[in-house]
Write a protein that binds this ligand. Structure first.
Ligand code: ATP
Ligand code: MG
Length: 421
């Protein structure tokens, strides 16, 4: 193999001068790749001068050769011919970009843009981007139309307590909690839609899996014959993303120290009643009709893992535990949740598409029918049976990357404390 000419633009993550040789560790602007730039004073005094003085954190452009025989243990070795100092830091960096000294999550969130020079951070957000690409690919291959529904809304779908109120020219409006109502309305004219979108929820969360602004992957499909059609689609989506990340993000997974296993498929379908039995046998007494809390979800996750399932659906939820738009089946509903090792990743189900029943459901939940009239209108004109899901994108990235806190996988998290940066 011959030497290769290379041009690298990026940042200096570490510097070292050993006698008459200067070393710069440089990470480029997009890939994970780290370069060790080597400059010998005897060969190139001008570049050596610059390299020996370069501060950690500087932006540089380097032109040089990748030698045939690589001596450097870290990154790709480059023998510099020319170094340009593009921008120098005016202050010390808030963290060690080489990652040799780990940074606190607090510091990372405060200075994410600099933290992105750390290979670990780069890996997290490259995986996030690759996952979104895989999600689009999955839906596009299956004829789903990508849509964009409003984020300023006149009504919420998931309950009043969780709505962010805003003043809309003197009228009360809300930030969208989810595209629920709009994606359903679209089922009156298109048969498959998806949206990748922020959700805004106003609860004063203080958990490692909730944010006030999170991202969701929503899908809705018409002409279904039951919730199983929707579950199969969601299962296919999750498997597709795992497969794509395994095959296209090897270096990134490696950097994170993650060995991503394909979840056993088909995912387990566990009924709500069975879930209560399991919980009871493990000392949790959940009253029939209640939603499952995070402790219960965690214990169920352990039980499912013992059966060899990382991912599982919880089906046949009581209707009282689910929102008004879910189709009712006696005391039960056509709703499901998808959990992965005890963490809820998605909720979905078959919706009520029959106008009269839907109005009745709104009343039964104690909601005001008038405030949903814009939504109900769409159910008057030949609304087919339909269903869908909302999948938490941030949570999906958490489980793929093994992140313990949702804040790790969101560039600029919005929680109770954090409004800047
Ligand atoms: P949870 O019970 O975990 O609070 P939820 O049932 O209120 O979630 P859904 O309305 O079902 O949430 O939203 C669909 C998906 O979006 C959830 O399964 C979850 O993955 C994600 N999600 C919802 N709210 C948040 C949030 N505040 N922060 C992060 N992800 C969220
Ligand atoms: Mg849910």
């Amino acid at each position: 193999m011959a030497e290769k000419w290379i041009e690298v633009s990026g940042w200096v993550n570490a510097t070292r001068v050993v006698g008459r040789i200067a070393f710069l560790e440089v990470i480029d602007g997009s890939e994970l790749t780290v370069y060790t730039v080597v400059v010998k004073r005897d060969e190139n005094p001008q570049a050596w001068e610059l390299a020996a003085r370069a501060k950690v954190g500087s932006a540089v452009s380097v032109k040089g050769f990748v030698p045939d025989k690589q001596i450097s243990k870290r990154g790709i070795e480059v023998r510099a011919r020319e170094i340009t100092l593009v921008a120098e830091p005016v202050d010390y960096l808030p963290l060690d970009p080489s990652g040799r000294t780990p940074a606190l999550l607090e510091t990372v969130m405060e200075h994410r843009y600099v933290a992105l020079r750390m290979p670990r951070q780069r890996a997290l957000f490259r995986i996030r981007a690759l996952a979104v690409k895989a999600i689009r690919e999955f839906f596009e291959e299956r004829g789903f139309l990508e849509v964009h529904t409003p984020k300023i809304c006149g009504a919420g779908a998931e309950g009043g307590a969780t709505l962010f109120r805003i003043d809309y020219f003197g009228r009360e409006a809300y930030l969208a909690q989810s595209p629920q109502l709009y994606k359903q309305m679209l089922m009156c004219g298109v048969s498959k839609v998806y949206e990748i979108t922020p959700y805004f929820r106003a609860e004063p969360f203080s958990t490692s899996r909730h944010l006030n602004e999170s991202w969701g992957v929503d899908a809705e499909m018409a002409f279904i014959s039951g919730p199983e059609d929707v579950m199969r689609t969601l299962e296919g989506l999750v498997l597709h993303v795992f497969e794509k990340i395994r095959s296209s993000a090897r270096a990134e997974l490696n950097e994170l120290g993650v060995e991503l296993k394909m979840p056993r498929a088909p995912f387990k379908r566990l009924s709500y009643s069975e879930a209560l039995e399991i919980l009871k046998s493990r000392g949790f007494d959940v009253k029939w009709g209640q939603d499952l809390g995070s402790d219960e979800e965690r214990v169920l996750g352990e039980a499912m893992r013992e059966e060899g399932y990382d991912a599982y659906f919880i089906v046949e939820y009581p209707w009282e535990a689910k929102p008004f738009y879910i189709m009712r089946r006696g005391d039960l509903s056509e709703a499901f949740d998808l959990d992965y090792r005890g963490l809820e990743l998605a909720s979905g189900g078959q919706r009520e598409h029959r106008y009269d029943k839907l109005v009745e459901n709104i009343r039964l939940k104690g909601l005001n029918v008038d405030s949903f009239s814009f939504y109900l209108e769409a159910f008057k004109y030949g609304m087919p049976p339909h269903g869908g899901f909302g999948l938490g994108l941030d949570r999906l990235i958490m489980v793929i990357t093994g992140a313990q806190n949702i804040r790790e996988v969101v560039l600029f998290p919005r929680d109770r404390q954090r409004l800047v940066p």
